[in-house]
Structures are given as C-alpha cells and as structure tokens.
Design a protein. Structure first.
Length: 249
C-alpha cells in the first residue's frame, strides 16, 4: 500500500513542474507586450493644441453701409396688337344670264301647207312622160353650187309630210322666213350630201333643220335633153309665213 502512494506523489510533482514552466513563459510574454506598448506611447510626440486665431468683425455705421441694390423690375410686357382682320372681299353678284331671245314663238309648221308644194306624179306617169318633158331649169349659173357645180331647181317626186318635218324644224317663225339648201341626187329619188346655202332670219337654224331632214326627201333628178341626170345637184327652198302661204321649191 505504501508503494502505491509513493508512486502517485511523484506523478503530481512532475505535473506541477511542467505547468509551472509554461505559466512562467506565458507571463513573461505578456509582460514584454505590455512593456512595448508603454514604450511606444511614451516615445510618440506630443502635439500641442494651437490657440485659435481671433476673429475680426468690421462694423460700419448705418450711413456707410452700401445701399442694397434694388431688385430689377420685371420688364413691362408690351401689349400685343392683334392683326386687324382684312375685310372680306366683296362677293361679286352673279350676273343674271338672260335667256337668248326666241327667234320663233310659234310652231313653224302651223302655217305650212303641203298642198301648195309642187306635187310629183306617180312613177308610171313619170315613165310615160319622161321622154316628152323638157329640160329642168337651172337655179343658178355655173359655179354657184358646192365645188362650183351647177344647181337645178328641185321637183318633188313625193313631198315630205308634216310629221316628217315636225321633228327637225324649230318652233315658230316670223313672217317671210325661209331656208335654202343644195343636195346631190342619187337613185330612188333620194338626195345626199346636202349643204346649207342660206336662211332668214340668219342664225334661225332653219337651213340646218332642212339638211337634217333631207334623208326623207324624194326629189326627181334634173333632166338634160329629156333624160334624168342622177348625180346632179338641185336646190330646195322652203318659205314659211304665218298666213299659210308657205311653199317649197
């Protein structure tokens, strides 16, 4: 039992020696650090606080103080003059167009009497008497027709009816009005290439109306030496009045 206690006491002594050496080393290191810190603090230069410079204020009497600059006044706005409106251009009144004067105020055919026109004869009578009839009388001398052709007085083979002319002829005609046209005869008593030669009153349109209606006319060709001359030119004249003495030649 004693041997056991002796061994245990030696172990504790060894532990105390080991920890005692380490503790001494730790304390030595700490002391060195504290010493170094104290040295650095003592050796650092001491900065003395500089006294503040006195502040100087200059006080001027009220009479010497500069007058405050007046605030600039806002520039007065000039009144903007509105541009005067240009007066509206006067509107010119529209000219009143008067209707053209009427040349005729009555139906042109009111006094047109077909019974007074030269009447033609039936084809059989024409064939029977063709050789016995004389020459057609010329209306004008040479050069009076279109292109200088000679014109002969026309003779109706069949006079136009009032219904055939009414569509073309204007309404109404003053007393003594007339129209004159020239046409070239073709077979079957027809006429072609009609032209205006004259009319009264001028500009009445009577001659133009007759030219337009000429396709319905049936006219005998003129005769020379008792022989019909198809292709010769004839003149056709229509006279109108209000007394019923109208005639066509």
């Amino acid at each position: 039992m004693r041997a056991t206690f002796l061994v245990g006491g030696a172990g504790w002594n060894r532990l105390d020696d080991r920890f005692g050496g380490r503790l001494a080393t730790f304390l030595l290191v700490v002391g060195l650090h504290v010493l170094l810190v104290a040295i650095f603090i003592l050796l650092s230069p001491v900065r003395k606080a500089l006294p503040e410079a006195p502040r100087i204020f200059e006080l001027l009497p009220p009479s010497l103080q500069p007058a405050p600059e007046p605030a600039p006044k806002p520039a007065a706005r000039k009144p903007v003059k509105k541009a005067a409106k240009a007066p509206a251009a006067p509107v010119a009144p529209k000219p009143v167009t008067e209707p053209p004067p009427k040349l005729f105020d009555k139906l042109l055919l009111d006094g047109f009497d077909l019974a007074k026109l030269p009447k033609g004869r039936p084809d059989a009578e024409v064939a029977a008497t063709e050789g016995s009839e004389g020459d057609s009388s010329s209306a004008y001398g040479p050069g009076e027709g279109p292109g200088g052709v000679r014109l002969y007085n026309a003779e109706w083979q069949r006079e136009p009816t009032q219904a055939e002319l009414a569509f073309y002829i204007p309404r109404g005609a003053p007393q003594g009005s007339w129209a004159l046209i020239a046409c070239r005869t073709v077979p079957r008593f027809q006429v072609e290439d009609c032209v205006q030669l004259g009319e009264s009153p001028p500009g009445s349109g009577l001659a133009r109306a007759m030219v337009n209606a000429a396709w319905q006319f049936r006219v005998k060709p003129p005769r020379i030496n008792a022989k019909p001359q198809v292709g010769e030119w004839v003149k056709i004249r229509f006279s109108f009045s209000e007394k019923g003495d109208d005639s066509g030649r």
